[in-house]
Design a protein around this ligand. Structure first.
Ligand code: NAP
Length: 497
């Protein structure tokens, strides 16, 4: 099976801009570009095509199919014919444009169908209609309203009788773009960079090639992913794909925007998923799907890792051990969890797991939360103390664990901990990892505290997942480097090359 072609969709402003973008796409490893004439104000078709540095698909999308061209089908066909005459490698013709093109053009035509609002129920019938036109390539682009819409496209690709592009637009459809090669798609479209997507859900070229290694994905590639909602912000794909790549493992880790986790696990696991990370809001909801659950995860009532093996799914919680071990590594001589005065700020999912882990280690725990009832309920479960957030500055502790989302990008100037609490020698952990040094950690460092960033915890829980899935030690420094450089790129997007 030939490898997947990666085609960058471009919407340049004019001819010079188009040539510049085409050259950038070529130098960054694209196989093809799509020139969206309908989104260009001015262009010189001959100059564009005669100077193209890589194969070009010329598209003039009509308004009725979500594009910017208001011309009649016959006029669009005339433009496409001109493009073919100047050497366009392929042209995209919508169904209503196709009859206006000569028969001999058909081998270089991608006949296309778009539904920007949903994934139609009669997809197979539409596909058959398009294949019967005689065009060289068939393209279906629909909107994924749920991750399950990808499945219809995958099965269509698997039974395709001619070169086919089948993709789902939107965040829930990202899978159809990254996994296109696994199912034998003719090509997959992507964006030149993170700011220039032409259709919703397009992945930047660098991520397609280097993060997801989309061209190398085959039916043998093991699948992993993070089950979450929302998922776009997740750094798990960054660290796990870096780890698989560094270890030479034929696997890809995907962002999975999931609304119904049990239905998802049942429908998608047979595609070749070997493991999952699970995060907000599904850590509890996945429990009924699991054949075995690690005792700590069972007690906490939250699973963040699933291992698929021999038709069975096993659940683990690597969050608690990951966090506590990396905090403990920063302890000054003489300090240990047993008997330590630990102030846990927050009573959400993370705090709950940590509270259980701390209780098992014999820490003297006080839980403090914005909603005092939640602090009280958790404390009563474990026989710990509790207090409202407003009482924080009256307390003293050996270890302070900040587990609320306060201070997270883009509100990084916020801090929930009063300065009076920060004294030299206090161990201060902040679960927030974006930015790596939060306002709390900066104030704590300035006050002479020992600081522990959420980055270390994130890497520790991911490293434990990697080992559970592969049986190998995780390449921790590579994972951390990948995470920090992505955080840096997000903080300074203007430096993107
Ligand atoms: P969660 O279940 O939604 O809990 C959120 C907690 O934050 C609750 O205690 C909530 O208090 C509190 N909170 C939210 N906004 C607040 C505000 N403005 N002022 C005071 N308290 C506020 O979330 P979670 O799963 O526990 O995660 C919490 C944080 O930890 C997130 O930022 C997450 O990204 C981070 N985290 C990091 C790692 C890591 O690897 N470093 C791992 C897991 C989680 P109420 O009860 O009053 O709503």
């Amino acid at each position: 099976m030939p490898g997947l072609r990666v085609c960058v969709s471009l919407a340049p402003t004019n001819t010079a801009h188009a040539l510049e973008l085409m050259n950038r796409a070529a130098s960054q490893g694209a196989d093809m570009v799509e020139l969206r004439l309908d989104l260009m104000a001015h262009y010189d078709l001959e100059a564009l095509l005669c100077n193209r540095p890589l194969p070009v698909l010329v598209t003039c999308r009509s308004r009725s199919q979500g594009g910017g061209c208001g011309a009649e089908p016959s006029a669009i066909a005339a433009t496409l014919q001109q493009a073919l005459a100047f050497g366009a490698d392929l042209v995209d013709a919508e169904e209503q444009v196709l009859p206006h093109l000569p028969q001999e053009a058909l081998p270089r035509v991608v006949v296309s169908y778009h539904d920007n609002s949903a994934c139609p129920a009669d997809l197979a019938a539409i596909y058959k209609r398009l294949t019967d036109t005689g065009a060289g390539v068939v393209k279906l682009a629909v909107r994924a309203l749920s991750i399950h819409d990808n499945l219809a496209l995958f099965s269509l690709l698997q039974s395709a009788r001619k070169p086919t592009i089948a993709l789902a637009m939107g965040e829930a459809g990202i899978l159809s773009r990254i996994l296109a090669g696994r199912f034998g798609a003719f090509l997959s479209f992507c964006a030149l960079d993170s700011t220039s997507a032409v259709a919703p859900g397009q992945v930047p070229l660098a991520d397609m090639l280097n993060l997801y290694r989309a061209k190398q994905i085959s039916p043998r590639t093991d699948l992993y992913g993070v089950i979450a909602n929302p998922v776009a912000h997740s750094l798990s794909p960054i660290v796990h794909n870096a780890a698989f790549r560094a270890c030479g493992i034929d696997a890809v880790y995907l962002p999975l925007l999931v609304e119904e986790p049990l239905r998802f696990l049942q429908a998608f696991t047979p595609l070749g998923f070997r493991g999952y990370s699970v995060t907000i809001p599904h850590k509890q909801a996945v429990l009924p799907a699991l054949g075995w659950v690690e005792p700590l995860a069972r007690r906490v009532g939250a699973v963040n890792t699933i291992v698929v093996e021999g038709g069975q799914m096993r659940g683990y919680n690597t969050d608690v051990e990951g966090a506590l071990r990396c905090i403990e590594a920063a302890f000054p001589p003489g300090l240990q969890w047993q008997g330590a005065r630990v102030l846990l700020v927050g009573a959400g999912g993370l705090a709950r797991g940590l509270a259980y882990g701390l209780a098992e280690r014999g820490a003297r725990l006080t839980i403090c939360n914005r909603t005092p009832e939640r602090a009280r309920a958790l404390a009563e479960e474990l026989g710990a103390s509790w207090c409202p957030l407003s009482h924080l500055s009256r307390l003293s502790a050996d270890v302070l664990l900040q587990t609320t989302s306060v201070g997270m990008y883009p509100r990084e100037d916020e801090c929930v901990i009063p300065r009076e609490l920060l004294r030299p020698g206090l161990v201060v952990y902040d679960a927030v990892y974006n930015p790596p040094e939060t306002k709390l950690l900066r104030l704590a460092r300035e006050a002479g505290c020992i600081t522990v960033s959420g980055v270390g915890h994130f890497i520790a829980q991911a490293a434990a997942q990697f080992s559970l899935w592969t049986g190998l030690p995780a390449p921790v420094s590579i994972m951390e480097e990948a995470m920090l450089s992505r955080l840096e790129a997000q903080a300074h997007p203007e430096q993107e090359g």
